[in-house]
Write a protein that binds this ligand. Structure first.
Ligand code: FO1
Length: 318
């Protein structure tokens, strides 16, 4: 079975771990968000691709969900001693090596998709990890700080400000001109199932869908498309998705997120049992909806979510 998953960072990566456990024989292609990418200290950092790669490859810091396990921050403090920041972004020594290799290969002319494939030969994630695009796309967020309207990088909004101010607009800069990376459209066309994990619907999956051709390829794919709600009981399970949902005028409820994706994209939607009452509203929007536990507390619980998504895909295919 060929499964294609559109994934952001921590939520996407943990879901993929459950999926691999639920369907070990499946051929899984991951289309990763690169809108969170940032250039720091002359290096290209791809947080979501790395989070998927490290999580599936066994190198992730399990507790925080991003960055390397057993990490140290000597390079960062040496840079700070030179007055070179930003200090608010935690790049560790082990992680630095990944960005050095990536930047070196990009500088030598390799596209990000080839670089990602090369990095994955070390980590063996057990999936084919594709960036959504080889072209530069950067998510920016419009905010008002000290009475002044500013547009800042998504990482500054997320990490430095901890989404503490309203996101007035979210813009995937460069997405309009970006092309899907090699293999992306083909994987979607040949998929047996397409899954949208409980990743951020705006800045993760929304950014992937903003690359011209990808939304159309998902919507027109022969495969059933099933998503899992990142909102449980009216709040994001993790992160600050409510802030960026508000920026696009979407309420933070499981049903509102399903309607945001729409019946043109989604065939099936899983909500948490806490939101079982909203299933009728989702079905009224033309999307088959079931309520199952959606807390990724461990790989067993996450594998059960993946099995439920695959079963729903079979049901809507019939
Ligand atoms: N998240 C944080 O909350 N603080 C950090 O300092 C931080 C650093 C970081 C470095 C590399 C990396 O791959 C991810 C990192 N993240 C950090 C996670 C990242 O900001 C986001 O969670 C994602 O971009 C959203 O998916």
């Amino acid at each position: 079975m060929r499964i294609v998953v559109l994934a952001g960072g921590i939520g996407g990566a943990r879901f993929l771990r459950g999926l691999r456990s639920a369907a070990p024989e499946a051929d899984v292609t991951v289309i990763g968000n690169t809108g969170d990418d940032i250039h720091l200290f002359g290096l290209k950092v791809c947080p979501d691709l790395d989070t998927v790669m490290y999580t599936l490859g066994g190198g992730i810091d399990e507790e925080q969900g991003w960055g390397r396990r057993d990490e140290s921050f000597r390079v960062k403090s040496e840079l700070a001693a030179y007055g070179v920041g930003p200090e608010w972004f935690g790049l560790g020594d082990r992680d630095f090596a990944t960005h050095v290799v990536r930047t070196q290969m990009l500088g030598a002319g390799y596209p990000l998709s080839a670089v990602t494939e090369a990095l994955c030969t070390r980590w063996n994630p057990g999936v084919r990890l594709l960036p959504m695009s080889d072209d530069r796309v950067e998510t920016h967020v419009a905010v008002t700080l000290d009475g002044e309207r500013r547009v800042i990088h998504f990482q500054e909004y997320w990490v430095r400000l901890r989404a503490s101010v309203d996101a007035e607009a979210v813009v995937p800069v460069g997405a309009d001109e970006a092309k899907p990376a090699p293999g992306v459209l083909q994987a979607l066309a040949e998929a047996d199932v397409i899954l949208l994990p409980p990743s951020n619907p705006v800045v993760s999956i929304g950014t992937i869908l903003a690359v011209p051709g990808i939304r159309e390829a998902v919507a027109s794919a022969a495969a059933p498309v099933v998503g899992l709600s990142p909102i449980v009981g009216g709040a994001p399970v993790r992160g600050m998705a409510d802030k960026v949902l508000a920026a696009v005028g979407v309420e933070s409820t499981a049903a509102a997120v399903a309607r945001h994706y729409g019946a043109g994209l989604l065939d099936g939607w899983l909500v948490d049992t806490a939101d079982a009452a909203s299933a009728a509203e989702v079905e009224a929007a033309g999307i088959r909806c079931l309520a199952v536990p959606l807390m990724m507390t461990d790989t067993g619980a996450t594998a059960a979510m993946a099995r439920a998504a695959l079963a729903l895909a079979e049901e809507v295919r019939a």
